[in-house]
Design a protein around this ligand. Structure first.
Ligand code: HEM
Length: 491
């Protein structure tokens, strides 16, 4: 009898250990119970950043969500974000490619979407050789200032005619020209007509289509049907882009062969890099990379500018403070120089506070686990989608005083910046997938906001209290109602 008891105890103990192994080590983070087949689809709705923030209050900083066949782990605190983007960055830096993106001919060379492999590292190197070097960006400063001059001419005309201006739409055209000047040393659009050459339409279409919820992404059996026509629309826009960019590249190759002086822009830098790394970085990579940069760097910048202007038009004291600060560095020719505005502390604080309260990319670009990984006390399997709700973190009162108020002063004299080291503030992400466009974005947004504020007074078309502050979720978090106001030239 004693022997049986001992044996029983041993078996029970082993079974207990097995349970800890299976259920303890292997369990996913908790999350809301889903319905069969669709999972938590009905919990998510039109504004995933908001519904996930609410759900995380109940289910915790790491939470599992299931949408159709896609399982996601959502991080909603700085610690959980650090665990993913710093401690386990190597494993959590994959991507799930949306079905619409696969219509880009060479999507498997796209820095935005390929896994963090050797090819991706080479492309990031090609990007960094130009974009993260201030002195290289500075060589194109005159071009960027010319783009702003063009914008001011348009606004002066509107001021003379007392015409209402759609500030975000204008900022989008400006951001597009800033990107095209950085990459190709030329403008690709103007501000008077709706579109020139189709750039605005192509970028807007791709932002919309790639950012739309696509039922085929969560039920892959539907992919061949393309039920929302998203792949078809994306294919047309990508195809247009591909042809146009190919034209720019072949023109540039001719120019380089003619031995005329180089432009010294991003395209020249990519072609130089390709000559030095011919086996790893081809013309196809350059073509795809240029498309990627237009998609990643245009609407994000214009959208941030539009939100900054929204807040400044709602807060006249802050508006005046920015104008006063900018006045102090305006040259005798009455022009704002990019080099001088970059160090203006209050303007910088306004841009940071805009990026905190109105995050352009609220869930970061979705990441994916490349293999099984331990996050906190959980074991998350390979191929799990990872969403970092930076929007929820940036509005959490545990980390921010009066988080829903626009208060640029909170950044004055503080070290907190957006370069991925402060996990309560990650507008550009962190770790290896972090945005490489920060220095350019900083220049473009600051120059635009400074110019709008210094040169013009703005009259809203409605009372301040009636300002719609709603946003629409997509690849970027856009204003639901465009910001419109009438400019009056003052400087
Ligand atoms: C205010 C403006 C901008 C914001 C808020 C922004 C934000 C972001 C965010 C959140 C990501 C994803 C990070 C992640 O997946 O963890 C990203 C990726 C990226 N951004 Fe930006 N960005 C901006 C401007 C730019 C500009 C101007 C460029 C290019 C000149 C650019 C190029 C890229 C690229 C290439 C990636 C993909 C990186 C990769 O997957 O390896 N961005 N950006």
């Amino acid at each position: 009898m004693e022997l049986i008891l001992v044996l029983f105890s041993i078996i029970f103990f082993l079974f207990f250990l097995h349970c800890i192994d299976v259920y303890g080590k292997r369990s996913m983070p908790p999350g809301p119970t889903g319905l069969p087949i669709i999972g938590n689809l009905l919990d998510i709705g039109q504004k995933p950043h908001e519904s996930l923030a609410k759900l995380s209050k109940k289910h915790g900083p790491l939470m599992t969500i299931k949408l159709g066949s896609v399982t996601s782990v959502v991080a909603s605190t700085p610690d959980a974000a650090r665990d993913i983007l710093q401690r386990n960055d190597d494993v959590c830096s994959g991507r799930i490619i949306p079905d619409a993106v696969t219509s880009l001919e060479n999507y498997d060379t796209s820095v935005l979407w390929i896994p963090p492999n050797h090819e991706w590292r080479t492309i990031r190197k090609a990007v960094n050789t130009f974009l993260t070097h201030s002195h290289k960006l500075d060589t194109l400063r005159d071009l960027r200032e010319n783009v702003v001059e063009g914008m001011l001419d348009f606004l002066k005309e509107s001021s003379l005619k007392n015409e209402v201006v759609n500030i975000g739409k204008l900022a989008f055209g400006v951001a597009l020209n800033q990107m095209s000047n950085t990459c190709l040393s030329q403008n690709v659009t103007n501000y008077e007509s709706d579109d020139i050459g189709g750039f605005k339409r192509a970028v807007k279409t791709l932002m919309e289509v790639d950012g739309k919820f696509n039922i085929a992404d969560i039920f892959p059996v539907l992919k061949p049907l393309d039920p929302q026509n998203l792949r078809k629309q994306a294919k047309a826009a990508y195809g247009w882009f591909d042809d146009v960019i190919e034209g720019f590249i072949s023109e540039r190759l001719k120019h380089r062969n003619s031995k005329l002086p180089r432009f010294g822009d991003m395209l020249d830098s990519m072609l130089d890099f390709s000559e030095d790394n011919a086996a790893d970085f081809s013309i196809i990579h350059i073509k795809t990379l240029l498309v990627d940069l237009f998609i990643a760097g245009t609407e994000t910048s214009s959208n941030t500018t539009e939100w900054a202007m929204t807040e400044l038009l709602l807060n006249p004291t802050m508006f005046s403070r920015v104008r006063e600060e900018v006045s102090s560095i305006v040259g005798e020719d009455g022009k704002i120089k990019e080099a001088k505005i970059l160090e203006l502390p209050y303007l910088h604080a306004v841009v940071k506070e805009t990026m905190r309260l109105h995050l352009s990319v609220p869930l970061l670009a979705p990441h994916k686990t490349e293999k099984e990984v331990k996050l906190g006390e959980y074991l998350v399997p390979k191929n799990t989608q990872i969403l970092v709700n930076v929007w929820a973190i940036a509005r959490d009162q545990r980390y921010w005083e009066k988080p829903l108020q626009f208060m640029p002063e909170r950044f004055l004299g503080k070290e907190v910046d957006y370069k991925g080291q402060y996990f309560q503030f990650l507008p550009f992400g962190s770790g290896r997938r972090m945005c490489p466009g920060i220095p350019l974005a900083h220049r473009v947004v600051s120059l635009m906001v400074a110019s709008y504020v210094y040169h013009f007074d703005w009259k809203l078309t409605h009372a301040r209290e009636e300002m719609d502050m709603n946003d629409i979720f997509g690849l970027t978090l856009l204003r639901a109602t465009p910001l419109v106001a009438t400019p009056t030239l003052v400087n």
